[in-house]
Design a binder for this molecule. Structure first.
Ligand code: GLC
Length: 610
């Protein structure tokens, strides 16, 4: 086919976006339109596939890097290569590269890892979260990507859910306030910007994605990808509310949820995806599926894929995260259009939305990586921001057995201290899931500061710091020699269904480790977890102080900042802390509300007791 003349409207940067969209759409063939609706994973992506199938988007699944410990410039080389293949097509429509930068650009070695959302929920600091969005956008753009699948705005109604840590809170009003990540990532739209229309401030911003639409945090028993059984009134009041805030900020994309509402799978629900999101709420960006979600409309997965595709595209999906079997996707969708089971009008609506976001995102003018941003990845300013977020996220649950004798802040110049527990010196555990790998890892997985590093950097030179991952009998026997102990325990990393849990017992015998030390030495316990866990009476009784640290990420120095008193604690529980799992679900609006610690609880250094 002939190359397009240079003067066409869609290639005119200052032409109105809608004119560019319509001009380009009018020139596109069906294969080019379906290509735009296709998102593939980098592991099946070649330059030829992009050029020959007119692919509109490429993504990295959790942990899918160019190679282990690839530098940001290696990422940029990979993504620019894909982009040049897209620009070589007849119409030269750029791809949009999407990635799960959900707490910093967490796939990338050396990127800042911010606290996961539940810890940010404890800060109640919307502007801090906006600033985290600004920093994250830079570290995403630096590698050549221009889209992150964040924020997750799930309202967490049951901490048995494996994705609890991806939620800001059980309270929809707190969640609504903290959707400011959208303005950080995309830029703050001007007051006159029409609600629902995609917005992007400039080349240092990225396209955001509000997920998972809708009700993902409200499933029965917290079962991941399960069923949310609520009235439409409650769905709207609790789970839809954060989307109104995101849409008002010009969020450019929304990801549909794997879960169901009253038995209707979201990916097949025309009422919610089209009538509510697009028509009632006026969302003008595009809806992307979740990973392989069209396949998962049936059990076994992928059964009669063509039928599932028909249902989900007609329900309102605009782009499909295929992510591997793109030939089957393209073939089936082409067949559906040719048979009239999916109308060209539906295809045009989807492609218009995708093109609109790409024009707004400036991808036609600036398709390749701005390499001047490479140095922002892991930069000092972002690490300071991470440190601020960590110290604001910690929640002080107990401070001194004796009401009038607070235990914290700790003495910085003690003679000898014991620092022990599975989570004291493990950066991977500190960061949790969606870090370096989909399910997270253990060990020194990236650049950062562990709790042990932070303690050593804070106490005086004369202090003897004894570190043991598990306290030995010998050490415990010499307990009188210790001024105090810091014991860090918690969950190992997980993501999604792997995190579903109805026991909430601290793993690795965490409670026993804490008790064994606290019986002999005055002890501060720090719990690293993606949600509230069972705190046994012996733990509550024997410890002097107790901190919920959530999953703080790479900047562990922020923990020392409050433990040793340079800053006061600010964190407040974003979720109710149950006494027993049998109480779950336990939310503040329940008739019988009897938590161990209520939502909003959090001590300050000058307050004591528990
Ligand atoms: C995952 C998650 C979603 C993520 C997507 C791409 O299964 O549900 O949150 O953005 O796939 O990794």
């Amino acid at each position: 086919m002939e190359r397009q003349e240079e003067s066409c409207i869609y290639k005119t940067p200052d032409a109105p976006v809608e004119a560019r969209v319509q001009d380009l759409l009018s020139r596109m063939t069906l294969p080019e339109k379906i290509g735009q609706m296709t998102q593939i994973e980098r592991r099946v992506t070649t330059h030829a596939v992009i050029t020959e199938s007119f692919i509109g988007s490429v993504t990295s699944g959790g942990g899918s890097w160019p190679f282990e410990d690839a530098k940001p410039s290696d990422w940029a080389d990979m993504i620019d290569g894909y982009q040049n293949a897209a620009l070589a097509t007849r119409l030269g429509i750029p791809i949009i590269y999407g990635i799960d930068a959900v707490h910093g650009n967490n796939n990338v070695y050396g990127a800042i890892i911010f606290p996961h959302n539940i810890g940010l929920g404890a800060t109640r600091d919307a502007d801090l979260i906006r600033r985290i969005g600004v920093a994250t956008a830079l570290e995403v753009r630096a590698i050549g990507a221009s889209w992150t699948f964040a924020p997750c705005v799930a309202v967490l109604r049951d901490p048995r859910w494996g994705r609890s840590y991806e939620s800001y809170s059980e309270d929809h009003e707190i969640t609504c306030e903290l959707t400011k990540l959208v303005s950080g990532l995309q830029g703050e739209p001007p007051k006159e910007h029409p609600s629902g229309y995609p917005f992007l401030g400039g080349r240092n911003n990225v396209v955001a994605c509000a997920k998972h639409f809708v009700g993902d945090g409200g499933t029965d028993k917290g079962i991941n990808e399960g069923n949310t059984t609520v009235s439409y009134e409650e769905l709207e009041r609790i789970h839809l509310a954060p989307y109104l805030k995101c849409i008002a900020q010009g969020v450019s994309t929304v990801m549909a949820s794997y879960s169901s509402w009253n038995g209707s799978k979201l990916h097949s629900d025309y009422f919610l995806l089209t009538e509510v999101l697009k028509q009632k709420l006026g969302f003008k960006g595009f809806v992307i599926s979740d990973w392989e979600a069209v396949d998962r409309l049936t059990k076994p997965k992928g059964l009669n894929f063509r039928n599932s595709l028909k249902i989900s595209i007609n329900a309102g999906l605009d782009m499909v995260m295929v992510p591997f079997k793109y030939e089957r996707f393209i073939e089936d969708l082409t067949s559906l259009v040719e048979s009239g089971e999916v109308t060209m009008a539906r295809i045009d609506d989807a492609v218009e939305r995708i093109l609109r976001v790409k024009f707004v995102a400036g991808l036609f003018e600036h398709p390749l990586t701005d390499r001047s941003l490479l140095d922002t990845v892991g930069c000092k300013e972002h690490r300071e921001l991470g440190r601020e977020a960590v110290r604001k996220s910690l929640v002080l649950l107990k401070n001194g057995k004796n009401v009038n004798k607070p235990f914290l802040p700790l003495d910085r110049n003690p003679k000898r201290i014991l620092v022990t527990g599975t989570h004291v010196d493990d950066l991977g555990y500190q960061c949790g899931g969606w870090t370096k790998a989909w399910f997270g890892l253990s060990g020194r997985i990236t650049i950062g500061t562990t709790l042990l590093d932070a303690i050593k950097a804070t106490v005086g030179d004369k202090t003897e710091v004894i570190f043991e991952k598990t306290p030995s009998e010998e050490t415990l026997a010499s307990s009188e020699g210790f001024s105090y102990a810091i014991v860090a325990v918690g969950e190992a990393p997980y993501a999604e269904t792997r995190g579903d849990n109805s026991e909430h017992i601290i793993p690795f015998n965490g409670s026993d480790i804490v008790t064994a030390v606290a019986e002999r030495i005055q002890t501060l316990m720090i719990l690293f977890s993606g949600r509230p866990m069972v705190l046994e009476p012996k733990v509550l009784e024997k410890t002097e102080a107790l901190i919920a640290a959530w999953l703080p990420g790479s900047e562990g120095q922020g923990m020392a900042d409050v433990i040793f008193g340079d800053y006061d604690f600010e964190g407040m529980l974003p979720v109710s802390w149950f006494k027993r799992v049998e109480q779950l679900p336990l939310n503040a609006d329940a008739d019988l509300y009897d938590p161990l610690f209520p939502i909003g609880f959090g001590l300050k250094l000058n307050s004591s007791g528990n």
